[in-house]
Design a protein around this ligand. Structure first.
Ligand code: GTP
Ligand code: MG
Length: 195
């Protein structure tokens, strides 16, 4: 997809602040530092729209990026980062749960997992949680550039098995460095925006 317009409409911490224009939304979840913000930047071809960092815990609010005046990507704080205080972690997870539970505009969730590692306990819990709410999920195994291309199939099957991936959900290997996998992600996004 060609993105002409990008606007960070709001960094929200509570439902009162969510946009009210009724446009469909795709949210991004995943462990802190897995590459959510980097993926947004690569997909929309802006280098620094979403703030990224080599230090985990960068994104601390629900950031609503309006694209082409037609839909939103919602960048979500990462989970599972031990150095974030217990109190902040609880408030992040509350914020994420409230959003995922209550948001009617939500059309799907892109759930990011590091292609190199087994899904963590938190990754598994998040996937189960999304299934429970019946939200369509695209699992993106990211940092694909860190694993030789010949190993991708093997990693893909392992991740699918570990997650017990639902038949209706999909998995794509992606890299924010090279952009590989981006077309498949856009295809999934377009299909789910149309639903
Ligand atoms: P939080 O906001 O803390 O939840 O993290 P995040 O998931 O938004 O991660 P972010 O995009 O800030 O990226 C974390 C680090 O991983 C940065 O140093 C990125 O440059 C790096 N990174 C992200 N995606 C990739 C990728 O596909 N390949 C490689 N090699 N590095 C990546
Ligand atoms: Mg981030």
């Amino acid at each position: 997809m060609q993105i002409q317009d990008v606007e960070l409409v709001i960094s929200a911490v509570a439902p009162m602040q969510y946009p009210t224009d009724g446009l469909p939304e795709i949210a991004l979840t995943g462990r802190s530092n897995v590459g959510k913000s980097s993926m947004i930047n690569k997909l929309i071809q802006r280098k620094k729209m979403a703030r990224t960092s080599s230090t985990p815990g960068k994104t601390q609010t629900l950031n609503f990026y309006k694209l082409n005046d037609a839909f939103y990507f919602v960048d979500v704080p990462g989970y599972g980062y031990a150095k974030v205080s217990k109190k902040d972690r609880e408030s992040f997870s509350q914020m994420i749960e409230t959003y995922l539970q209550e948001r009617d505009n939500l059309r799907g969730v892109i759930s990011l997992i590091d292609v190199r590692h087994e899904p963590t306990k938190d990754d598994l819990a998040m996937y189960k949680y999304l299934q429970f709410f019946g939200v369509p999920v695209l699992v993106v195994a990211t940092k694909g550039d860190k694993v030789p291309r010949g190993k991708w199939n093997q990693r893909e099957s392992k991740l699918k098995k570990a997650l017990e991936l639902n038949q209706t959900d999909d998995l794509v290997v992606f890299s924010s460095t090279t952009g590989i996998g981006g077309d498949q992600i856009w295809q999934w996004v377009e299909e789910h925006l149309a639903d």
